[in-house]
Design a protein around this ligand. Structure first.
Ligand code: 4AD
Ligand code: MG
Length: 476
């Protein structure tokens, strides 16, 4: 098909014969079709000569129907659009029964739309969100490609569970009712498909590290799986993660990379996805009107994105952050669910959001966390108690990026693993990196859906991935 709605709407040559296929969004006064084909948030108006169109055809022009229209692109007489199509012929390709089609031209709740996730993409909101999701993925690949990174495909089925990022989903073909047992009475995975216990990966980092130690700069961008039973608006059981890993880069370089990268992808959609952003911005403005004054957004969606692009992320050590939190009002007045008392406390999202939204009022990079609340592979600092970790915290989202400089010293890494009871046998290949040509290296993981939430202003992570997987939910 040569024509798309997007192209026709931007076309300056009028009075040309055109042909278009798409879906009817609305049909009013037996005359005006609002047609959409997914190429843009905007519909094109198609004007029917209803006196010369069969009654039986007019009846079949209903919301959701697929149609093939031939006609002439003309300057619009009405307001709201510059061009419209004078329909010469319309062919109904696929009917849509208005009596039971769920997506009517009215406001639906997001809960209702989640139950109809296969059809929700036909709404303006979800098509805008998913076009932005697509654009963001492209921008991510473009950034890394333009900056000399190689795209690496890390395995999805993994035989090591040492990352410690979360509970894993087992991959097994053993008889669930009657699994073979070994002499100790445990399930005998040597008889399983891979001859060992395997799971879906929680992160591609460890494998990415192996490639960074030869290719220099690599990144993964793939699905990751976590079996935690956390039913929050920011957690999925299956989510996509971007994980760059760079040889010879320290923690400061890691922060620079993360900040530059985040700004690039936000800038990319600000430049390339103006219409979808404008639509979502209006949606939020309307939504705000239904909220009490105190809960309304201080900035519009594009102002918020611009703000992140135009300002430096505030870099704050964990120790400084704890001081701020210990002495802040909500802590003293016991407004936090988890009161911060001592250095060493793990930060909850209420604390992260306080730092970003109330205290610093800008994105924050927290670094140098206590070793014992972070993963085994993080580089131990000279103080012996903190590690070169960094988390990036965003307004409304909390943690969006987690990363670190990696422990490159074999003896220190082995000590850490022993203390945490992580088997050297299982991670022999990971330890090899520290035996042969070890070097300072760093990387981070960006939760893709959290980025899409931030960009689109959607408040539930289930609404920024086509088919969300969460505890008790794997429909579609
Ligand atoms: O902080 P995490 O667990 O870090 C890692 O997995 C490291 N291996 C990354 C690395 O250094 N290469 O996860 C990274 C990010 C989080 O900051 C968050 O944005 C996102 O992944 N994330 C989730 N997103 C949706 N649902 C979940 N259950 C998530 N868990 C983490
Ligand atoms: Mg984390």
């Amino acid at each position: 098909m040569k024509h798309t709605v997007a192209k026709l709407l931007s076309q300056s040559k009028k009075e040309t014969e055109i042909e278009i296929k798409g879906w009817v969004r609305t049909f009013r006064a037996n005359r005006f079709i609002a047609l959409n084909d997914g190429s843009t948030i905007n519909n094109i108006q198609c004007v029917i000569d209803f006196e010369n169109t069969d009654e039986s055809i007019l009846k079949r022009i209903t919301t959701g129907a697929a149609v093939h229209i031939k006609g002439i692109l003309v300057e619009s007489q009405g307001k709201g659009q510059t061009v419209e199509i004078q329909v010469a012929s319309i062919n109904i390709l696929g009917d849509s029964n208005p009596d039971d089609y769920p997506i009517q031209p009215k406001k639906h709740t997001f809960e209702f739309l989640r139950e109809n996730a296969h059809l929700r993409i036909r709404t303006n909101t979800f098509s805008a969100v998913m076009r932005l999701r697509s654009a963001l993925s492209f921008a991510i690949h473009k950034y890394f490609n333009d900056n000399g990174f190689y795209y690496m495909h890390t395995p999805i089925i993994t035989g090591s569970d040492a990352e410690g990022a979360g509970e894993m989903f087992r991959v097994s073909l053993l008889d669930a009712k009657n699994p073979p047992l070994n002499d100790n009475g445990e399930v005998d995975y040597t008889q399983d498909f891979f001859g060992k216990e395997t799971n879906l990966t929680v992160s591609g980092q460890l494998e990415a590290e192996t490639y960074a130690m030869s290719l220099g700069k690599v990144y993964t961008f793939g699905p990751t799986f976590r079996a935690e039973n956390s039913n929050t608006s920011r957690h999925l059981s299956e989510f996509w993660m971007i994980e760059p890993e760079v040889a010879f880069m320290d923690l400061a370089g890691n922060m620079d990379l993360a900040e530059d990268f985040m700004k690039y992808v936000l800038n990319y959609v600000l430049e390339n996805n103006k219409e979808d952003l404008a639509f979502l911005e209006q949606r939020l403005i309307q939504e705000d009107k239904t909220k009490p004054q105190t809960e309304r957004n201080e900035m519009t969606l594009t102002e918020k994105l611009r703000f992140v692009v135009d300002n430096n992320f505030k870099r704050v050590s964990y120790t400084e952050a704890i001081d701020i939190l210990r002495n802040c009002k909500p802590n003293k007045k016991k407004k936090f669910k988890y009161i911060i008392e001592e250095w060493g406390a793990d930060l909850q999202s209420e604390h992260e959001r306080f730092l970003v939204e109330k205290h610093f009022k800008c994105p924050v990079i927290l670094f140098d966390y206590p070793a014992n609340i972070k993963a085994f592979y993080m580089r131990l600092n000279e103080d012996g108690k903190t590690v070169r970790a960094m988390d990036i915290l965003f307004p409304a989202i909390g943690e969006i990026v987690g990363g670190a400089q990696r422990e490159e010293r074999l003896d220190v890494l082995k000590g850490k693993m022993a203390a945490l009871d992580i088997s050297e046998e299982e991670l022999w290949w990971y330890l090899d990196l520290r035996k042969y040509g070890t070097a300072v290296h760093s990387g981070f993981g960006l939760g893709f859906e959290r980025l899409v939430m931030f960009v689109t202003g959607m408040s539930n992570i289930r609404d920024v991935i086509p088919y969300p997987r969460t505890p008790q939910n794997a429909e579609f």
